[in-house]
Design a protein around this ligand. Structure first.
Ligand code: PNS
Length: 163
């Protein structure tokens, strides 16, 4: 049986931390569905389509990229998991401060769909401080993004912020 996990997130933008988590997960699962959450209420910098393209571009040179599918969704994650017949959700945890939110989300999803479990992975410790919010702030002020996001994402951010 194929081992498949959904890797959900806003990914606005996709960072080196997300890429690191994905590169670990492909060793544990046959297929990862990177699931870009598009929530109309949130003020996103990139559209769902743009985020998908940036993620696909950033992984295209890795030999494991064929194991990865990138999609977008709106709605409840567990509905998507059931539609795709996937019972593992993958999330990255950087530090203790992430834990409370992640714990709440994992248990909510479990209450809604007891057959679905959440698996947490830790990124490389050098990447634990990176967040999409910090990355956007650096981009807005024209800072060096090279150690935070893949090059294509850095270019796209500079275009968006005109920096
Ligand atoms: O990258 P993020 O913003 O921390 O990702 C959060 C995300 C998209 C995984 C979460 O908000 C989510 O699953 N949203 C979909 C709605 C849903 O299923 N909510 C119930 C779980 S709390």
């Amino acid at each position: 049986m194929e081992r498949v996990a959904l890797y959900p997130g806003s990914f606005d933008p996709w960072t080196n931390g997300h890429l690191d988590i994905l590169s670990r997960a492909v060793k544990m699962f046959d297929k990862i569905i990177v699931t870009v959450a598009v929530n109309n209420k949130k003020n996103a910098v990139f559209t769902g389509e743009e985020r998908i393209k940036l993620i696909e571009e950033s992984i295209s040179s890795y030999e494991w990229s064929a194991q990865v599918e990138v999609i977008q969704f709106t709605g409840l994650l567990i509905d998507l998991a059931r539609e795709k017949e996937v019972n593992v959700l993958l999330r990255g945890v950087r530090q203790i401060s992430d834990f409370e939110y992640e714990f709440r989300m994992a248990l909510t999803n479990r209450r809604l769909a007891p057959e679905v479990d959440t698996v947490f992975l830790m990124p490389d410790e050098q990447l634990t401080f990176i967040s999409a919010t910090i990355v956007k702030e650096i981009a807005a002020w024209g800072g060096d993004l090279s150690s935070f996001v893949p090059n294509n994402v850095g270019r796209a951010l500079r275009e968006k912020y005109d920096t």
